[in-house]
Every structure is written in C-alpha cells, then in structure tokens.
Design a protein around this ligand. Sequence first.
Ligand code: DGL
Length: 243
Amino acid sequence: MESYDNRPIGVFDSGLGGLTAVTYMADLLPDENFVYFGDTARTPYGSKSIETIQRFSAQISDFLAENGAKIIVIACNTVSATCLELLRARHPGIPVVGMIMPAAEYMVRECAADSKVGVIGTKVTIESSQYEKAIRKCGGKFDVKSKACPLFVPVIEEGINDDAVIKSIIRYYLDDFLRENDIDTLVLGCTHYPMLEKVIREMYSQLTIINPSMIVAQEVKKYLWRHNMLALENQNRSAFYAS
Ligand code: DGL
C-alpha cells in the first residue's frame, strides 16, 4: 500500500553551500517542502575543531528535528566527514544522509578504473580522508589525491564575484595540484564549491567534474521513494533559516 509523508526534508550546512543540494532536491522532488538551516554566523566550519563542529551540528540537527524533519540531509561535507555517526545516534527515529558515501558509490559506478581523481574540500574534510576511505570501502581502486582549498568558502560567503579575484584563488589552489597529479576527474567535496563550478569548467575544460550536491539529491529521492516517505503535494511550507 502506498503512503505519503508531507513533513519537510531537513537540510543544513555551515552557510549557503547546502543550498546547492536543496536546488537539486527541489528539481527532482517538486512536491517536497524543506526546512533549511545555514549557520552563516559561525561559518566556516572547515577550519574549526571537530569538537566544535560536532557541538554546532548537534544543535542544528535538534532544531531540524523539532521542526518536524522526516529526514536530515547533512548538506555539508565537513559535517558529513566528522559527525554522521554522532547525528545518527542522536536521532534514532530520523534517517540521516551525508554527502560522502553517496558520492563515493557514484564514482565507483561511473569512473573508469584508470581515473585519476582529485578531491577538493575544506581542511577538516581533507584531513579526515573520508572520501578516500569511502571510495575504498565501495571497492574503488583508482588513484585519489586530495587538496584543501580553505579560501573558497569565505570568498563565496562574502559574495565576492570579481572574476579576476576568483580565478586567481582557483589557480592558486588547483593549477599545480591538477598538473602534478595528472587529475582528470575533480570532486567538488564541499557544498559551496558548485557555486564555482562554471568558472572551474571554463578554466580546466579537460576535467570531468563530480558534484556531490547533485548526487545526494538523487540519493534522498531514492530513499524517500523506497520507504514510502515522498510528499503527496507541495504545500508551500518551506522555511529557510540562517544564524
Ligand atoms: N559547505 C561545507 C562543506 O561542504 C563547509 C564549508 C565550511 O564552512 O567550511 O564542507
């Protein structure tokens, strides 16, 4: 018997980045409502201690649960890398989806065995090696190199859209990294980075770019469908909060 669940999808990030995932989810799931929290006042998370990130994430996930979220999407790679198990234990009645495992499964399905994959993300995400671990866990054997790009998030959160500034920061982090490691596939391992995707594509047109914000949207759709948790119709009750 089919059933429906009109409660909202809870989504959070350290700031604006998670909206890249919400955009894809809203496209794929037009009947769903969202409750979103962006922790703009305390961004960036990617250079904070794991204890601090865990404390912030617990607070925000509680807020989403109190607001009736039927599922919590951690639309932040930094939080996914450090808090996934903690949040699952904290909210046993609510499924919690992170960014990294769905992206790793996708890569293992889609990337050629001789791919040279580069993962970019925040310091915390890269230091955690969670992408490499997830790829290996899914059986991926290809070469994976990673690089932290700590200036990308502040540039996006500041709303800087001067092309020359953005390009020089991208060049600073990526030129040598891509060349020295012969990278052909680049994973945007931070939900803010899809906001730079167009420029990165223009600058390095040879790259295949993998966008986990899009992949997590597909994962959420699959999960809700399998568990009879899709909404019946959009009730225009989405709410977007920022600190
Ligand atoms: N958007 C986040 C991520 O996916 C974190 C950005 C930050 O606050 O450092 O990692």
